[in-house]
Write a protein that binds this ligand. Sequence first.
Ligand code: SF4
Length: 364
Amino acid sequence: MSKSFSQHVLQWFDQHGRKNLPWQHHHDAYKVWVSEIMLQQTRVETVIPYYEKFMQRFPDVSKLAKSNVDEVLHHWTGLGYYARARNLHKAAQQICEKHGGEFPKNIDQVIDLPGIGRSTAAAVLALSCNQPHAILDGNVKRVLARYFAVEGWPGMREVEQKLWHHAESLLPEKSFAEYTQAMMDLGATLCTRSKPRCGDCPVQENCLAFTQQRQNELPTSKPSKKIPQREIVVAIIQNNLDDSVWLEKRPPTGIWGGLYSFPEFDNTEKYEAWVNMRMKAFPHQMQSLPVISHTFSHFRLHMHPKLIQINKKPNGVMEDDLGVWYKLTDQKIGLAAPVQKALEQVLNSKKEQPYESHGAMCKA
Ligand code: SF4
């Protein structure tokens, strides 16, 4: 199968492959290296003008090594991912120090350079020196995951290892430079992420994703992290006499640190126990308000507001707590967005509908 795969790919490359890219004109490892680094996360069309200007200013390893890193970064401006440029500069200095200014031809020495992984090292040596190395960039991963119907996200170590194994098993016996470029082109132009052009693909006959019509499912996407959900119950105690609401200052650390919020409970049972203890001396009415959800970086909070209306301030009852009676129209203290939203609900709820009373708790 391997011979047939590479033969098909090479034949297709002969007719349709990209053979006139500026870094293909000379088999110069330095030039191929710079182009490969620029092409990471960046499209060929975008890279070409940057590559040409870069080569005018830094035509060889030694010129790049001797330049000021700021000038290198200046030539990278607009390409993004600036660590690539810093590593390129550092690697050029390393090549001058350790390899006499000659780009190394041994794959382990290439991988040793800053910013060069296994696939980039293989691509540089295959394209510039026709060395027999398999590559596995993002495009090739996609082609192979589909061709062999490899399950699992390619970012996972064991999936990646499977793909490396397949990539190596498909290598031709010669023409490694052309084959490497062909695999890149196949992924970039035919076996694209969405709507692959399987009708024009040279390896369609044995492609498992095509046979099973699973091109859209493969490669498997990165598993989305399930964000934890947290439910809380909050008590919004509203004094009907002056429309103030009881707010407590939160501890300085943790969510909404130092801001004011409502008395908060992990669940309804704890809330009800608190109401029974704190509010029993005060005639009140209760109402559940709509749930307010808020996403933090590491979890999603669902706040269940319970509005408790009273007609008399519960003096003495709250004195242990660090809190304030906050007038709904005041804006002088720090309020987290969901707290602000809950207060708006209180205002709206008052305008729109009469409160339903909770018989067992209601003494009014
Ligand atoms: Fe990709 Fe389609 Fe070719 Fe399979 S047949 S490798 S899915 S383009």
